[in-house]
Design a protein around this ligand. Structure first.
Ligand SMILES: [Zn+2]
Length: 374
């Protein structure tokens, strides 16, 4: 078995407290997954992530494929061993970055041709190649190769994109099923293998989203993601798309909303029944001196903090808030010290992981519907 998903409790609003058994880690859900784009959650060492209680992090297939390359990583035992991360990993399909970062991309029925944003070299990703790369990287969870529909997109454009995503989902899964035993840490004795999630697309058209979900479920993926959200659409639309798709997805498999969101969003979606989320926001904001706190957002660069001896967030028990003052963090930012990015990121991740911890506790004990604040 690649994956076991055990529901612990669920609420009438749809929220689920569950446990996801992956080859490298049992993950308590709903879970927030820090993003480790290039084999590192930017500025945060692995031992700090472990101390914060991160159970699963992301790696980006596009970046790792271009540098250092999936074959060297495979030869070194896979991504877990290469980056010294013993817990769970998930890799995206590379599709999103191909569409957002690379130059001169050309989409055909077969896949995508693109030029590297690093050196302009020519590459191509097909569903088979994306899965091949992801098997070499060897994350616990790999993702079907999809085309992320841009926003805004016309109905005909969203329909065409959906057609391509479905064709690619078939091919991704066929390749995955034929080659999953090639994962660097495959152990035939315990049937310890990777698992593969399908991705629901369909732009901002509810019926296309539902259609995509229904057809993906027939393929019997190990879990289901909702992709193509947080691409510039208003938040009501994000919520509408999630609410349309969630009830259709199988109750006994994990549900993952990709690339969201702000602290109140991840809490809201978790209470509706989203089990997994990832976002660069806590670490990206941290590198821009923006802290998420129980008192709201704090721009730690501001002069008002120059002699503020309080911890960044008085309600936070993270190692940064236990030890350092707002004045010191501001000084580090002002002086351009790399430690600023590290400390700010550790606090923001602690804040995000703390939200999920509280949501899990309330979902575990909730006997009645949970109110959802818009
Ligand atoms: Zn803190």
């Amino acid at each position: 078995m690649a994956l076991t998903f055990n529901l612990v409790n669920s609420t009438p609003a749809g929220g689920r407290r569950a446990r996801l058994f992956l080859p490298h880690q049992t993950v308590e859900t709903p879970v927030f997954m820090p993003v480790g784009t290039q084999g590192t959650v930017k500025a945060v060492p692995q031992d700090a992530l472990e101390s914060l209680g991160a159970e699963i992090i992301l790696g980006n297939t596009y970046h790792l494929y271009l540098r250092p390359g999936h074959e060297p990583i495979r030869r070194m035992g896979g991504l877990h061993r290469f980056i010294s991360w013993p817990r769970a990993l998930l890799t995206d399909s590379g599709g999103f970055q191909v569409f957002s970062l690379s130059q001169l991309r050309k989409v055909t029925e077969d896949g995508v041709q693109f030029r590297s944003h690093l050196d302009g070299s020519l590459h191509s990703f097909t569903p088979e190649h994306s899965i091949h790369v992801q098997i070499a990287l060897g994350a616990d969870i790999c993702m079907s190769f999809d085309e992320c529909t841009e926003y805004p997109a016309s109905r005909s454009r969203a329909e065409e994109s959906l057609r391509l995503t479905m064709a690619w989902a078939h091919r991704s899964l066929a390749h995955f099923r034929a080659h999953r035993q090639d994962v660097p840490w495959f152990d035939p004795k315990v049937c310890r293998t990777q698992c593969c999630f399908g991705i629901v697309q369909g732009g901002m058209y509810a019926d296309l989203r539902r259609q995509c979900a229904e057809r993906l479920i027939e393929l019997d993926f190990d879990g289901y993601a909702i992709g193509g959200l947080s691409v510039g659409e208003p938040r009501e639309l994000t919520l509408e798309m999630i609410s349309e798709v969630l009830p259709l997805l199988p109750k006994d498999k994990p549900r993952y909303v990709m690339g969201v969101g702000y602290p109140d969003e991840i809490e809201q979606y978790a209470r509706l029944g989203v089990d997994m989320m990832d976002c660069v926001l806590p670490t990206r904001a941290a590198r821009h001196a923006l802290l998420f706190t129980s008192e709201g957002r704090l721009n730690i660069k501001n002069k008002q903090f120059a002699e503020d001896q309080n911890p960044p967030d008085p309600a936070c028990t993270c190692p940064v808030c236990r030890r350092y003052s707002r004045a010191y963090l501001r000084h580090l930012v002002q002086a351009g010290e790399p430690l600023a990015a590290t400390l700010n990121s550790i606090h923001n991740l602690a804040f995000y992981l703390g939200i999920m911890q509280r949501v899990r506790a309330s979902l575990a004990s909730a006997p009645t519907p949970i109110s959802i604040d818009p």
